[in-house]
Design a protein around this ligand. Structure first.
Ligand code: DAH
Length: 364
């Protein structure tokens, strides 16, 4: 047996095999090329594995020496394969990083977010909340089905008062306790709920659904109002006027708005005023449009909630949200607001991510 341990003395054969494989590895231009080299060298039927078959015809000593030589060769080939693999992977990553660039300044592709719309009325709810929140009001809520007591009696509308008929209220069946529930015909009962549960100073708005048995072009049996209530020890009519004027300017997004406060009558306020705005605010000068009812809270209402009317006073208002939505966004027919017509929503609706803020814009 030759000194180097190769059974046939053909050192150069092994050297040649090794240098062939190493140069194939170096030449492999991609990961799949490299894998083909690996299989042809180290695979079960590969060239290095084939060498092992020679072991069969060797003496124990020869086998040991030859085995070590082939294993060493295998080790060097494996290292070369690993090294080349790492280099090819790094190069591939480099080229992907160089080529697969995303331009994040491009506009967002249309997707589900571009499909959905916020109903103009929901948009107006958000706008109204935003404006009053900025003036320090919080949002109060009451149930759609409320007691006759909160909807009328405590609001200074006693039984048999004509105002009860004016409201076209939906009454529910009388309960065992003799109490009658109603679908609230206005958001004013939330005034009562708030005064019963909160100590002055009170500053709330209460947006929500209201119901009246009425249906034509300009009336639907369900519609929306926002109630406002301010109660403390020094509130006067000037505050009411300022507050409503600030609201109208912010809501209609104009610097000036002409308003007319017309003497009126509501059982729960004294004095009472209906408020009109000059339609110049919506681009139609020369017309007065009624948008809300308001007044100084009647002392009877304050007393019915257990507060001392000598100490506390304040103002209240109630505004039709459907009406101001139609005025602001030029919606001609009230009934279309509630038909769920997708084409109408596409036309009048708002993008979900365009949340109204005073700083960022109400309706832009
Ligand atoms: N509740 C009245 C209605 O539905 C609107 C209203 C008028 C509310 C004057 C008020 C107010 O708070 O002060 O017609």
């Amino acid at each position: 047996m030759p000194q180097d341990g190769t059974p046939n003395g053909d050192v150069s054969e092994l050297d040649k095999l090794e240098s062939d494989i190493i140069s194939e590895i170096a030449d492999a231009s991609g990961l799949s090329d490299l894998d083909a080299v690996r299989v042809s060298a180290l695979g079960k039927k590969g060239r290095v594995s084939a060498l092992m078959q020679k072991l069969g015809g060797m003496s124990a000593e020869e086998r040991k020496a030859f085995g070590q030589t082939v294993n060493a060769l295998k080790g060097r080939v494996s290292d070369a394969l690993e090294g080349r693999k790492a280099a090819l992977e790094a190069a591939e990553l480099e080229s992907r990083l160089a080529n697969e660039r995303d331009d994040i300044t491009l506009p967002v592709r249309p997707g589900p977010l571009a499909e959905g719309r916020i109903h103009p009325l929901s948009q107006v709810f958000d706008e109204v909340n935003e404006i009053f929140a900025d003036m320090g009001f919080s949002v109060a809520e009451g149930p759609d089905i409320d007691t006759d007591d909160y909807c009328f009696t405590k609001l200074n509308i006693p039984a048999h008062h004509p105002a009860r008929q004016d409201m076209d209220t939906f009454y529910l069946k009388e309960g065992a306790d003799g109490n009658r529930m109603v679908l609230r015909p206005h958001t004013s009962p939330v005034q009562i709920r708030t005064m019963l549960n909160q100590k002055p100073p009170i500053r709330i708005i209460a947006p929500g659904r209201v119901y009246r048995c009425d249906s034509d072009q300009t009336h639907t049996p369900m519609f929306h109002q926002v109630e406002g209530l301010v109660i403390d020890e020094e509130t006067h009519l000037g505050h009411l006027k300022w507050c409503l004027e600030e609201f109208c300017k912010a809501f209609f997004e104009v610097d000036e708005v002409k308003m007319r406060f017309r003497a009126s009558h509501f059982p729960f306020t004294e004095p009472s005023m209906e408020v009109d705005i000059d339609a110049a605010a919506i681009g139609k000068p020369g017309q007065w449009l009624e948008i809300l009812g308001s007044g100084m809270v009647h002392p009877n209402v304050i007393a019915s909630c257990g507060l001392d009317p000598e100490k506390y006073q304040g103002f209240a208002f109630g505004m039709g949200l459907d009406r101001i939505t139609m005025l602001k966004y030029g919606i001609p027919d009230l009934r279309d607001m509630f038909t769920g017509d997708l084409r109408w929503m596409k036309h009048y609706g708002f993008m979900p991510l365009d949340v109204p803020t005073l700083a960022g814009g109400m309706s832009s």
